[in-house]
Design a protein around this ligand. Structure first.
Ligand code: CP
Ligand code: NVA
Length: 298
């Protein structure tokens, strides 16, 4: 039984296989007659808001021949305190797979264990593996091989997206830099578990110099709203703007997992100049997640 719970738990071979199949699903969209989820129903349990992940998985499951069943966590008994493991045992008897967006990483792990159906982490507080697989695919599509490339993450370096980047760097061997204020730098235990050298600094200029990819994410992740005012203050300056881009390599990609808050983690003009890349990145969620679903059932 395969699950996609984190980048940390993936092998390099599986990542490479998914990236290779993503290119095929992208090229053959609307052409191929392959339906690896034919006759299946996949539950999508979301406890947090989503635009890209929800739409790309609903469309992706459908295009693979399956039926997505969207369940707002607040509308099912889970939201009234039914344990994750009981929800998992019920759904495991009725549906063929589950895609879960929630808070604790332990919730998706528990669901996977008790449901005994393929389970996907569609974002937790700890990791966002579907996003990072998509980002790796997008970089390969635009720059070719990742080997030797430098990816610089600027902003809140302690949330789910940069954590998944750290584990991706450990698997694929590109250079990762994180520019963040001290309290927002990747957790020491994440760096230790990954066992990869990451340049971690408060110096945005130093981290951007010679980068091939500049990447950012929101300063206030879902669930952190109460800290918003404090975060906006502390993260000021940790923005991708035109000056940052000028320090990076010529032709460097500017990427954002979205949603974007202009004037916060990214400047308006920088966002619009690089919108083609950023929205290709968003579109690629669909293609890569079809490859993930296929990988889970084959
Ligand atoms: N990037 C991402 O996961 O977007 P959503 O929150 O809209 O799904
Ligand atoms: N770090 C962000 C990612 C959104 C896709 C969050 O968790 O809200």
């Amino acid at each position: 039984m395969k699950h996609l719970l984190s980048i940390e738990s993936m092998s390099r071979e599986d990542i490479e296989l998914i990236l290779a199949r993503s290119a095929v699903w992208k090229r053959e969209r609307g052409v191929t007659s392959q339906r690896p989820l034919a006759g299946q129903t996949w539950a999508m349990i979301f406890a947090k808001a989503s635009t890209r992940t929800r739409v790309s998985f609903e469309v992706g499951v459908h295009e693979l021949g399956g039926r997505p069943l969207f369940l707002n966590a607040g509308d099912i008994q889970l939201g009234r305190g039914e344990p994750v493991k009981d929800t998992a045992r019920v759904l495991g008897r009725m549906v063929h797979g589950a895609i879960i967006r929630t808070y604790g990483q332990s919730e998706v792990e528990e669901f996977a264990e008790f449901s005994r159906i393929p389970t996907v982490n569609a974002l937790t507080d700890t990791e966002h593996p579907c996003q990072i697989l998509t980002d790796l695919f997008t970089i390969q599509e635009k720059l070719g091989d990742l080997a030797g490339r430098t990816v610089t993450f600027i902003g809140d370096g302690a949330c789910n997206v940069p954590t998944s980047w750290v584990f991706a760097a450990a698997r694929l061997g590109f250079h990762l830099r994180v520019a963040a204020p001290r309290a927002y730098q990747p957790f020491a235990d994440v760096l230790a578990r990954a066992g990869v050298e990451v340049m971690v600094t408060e110096d945005v200029a130093a981290a951007s110099r010679g980068a091939d990819v500049l990447y950012t994410d929101v300063w206030v992740s879902m669930g952190r709203e109460a800290e918003a005012a404090h975060r906006l203050q502390e993260l000021t300056g940790y923005q991708i703007d035109d000056e940052t881009v000028a320090r990076a390599n010529p032709g460097a990609l500017v990427m954002h997992c979205l949603p974007a808050y202009r004037g916060k983690e990214i400047a308006e003009s920088t966002f619009e100049t690089h919108a083609a890349t950023i929205f290709d990145q968003a579109e690629n969620r669909l293609h890569v997640q079809k490859a993930i679903l296929e990988w889970l059932v084959t």
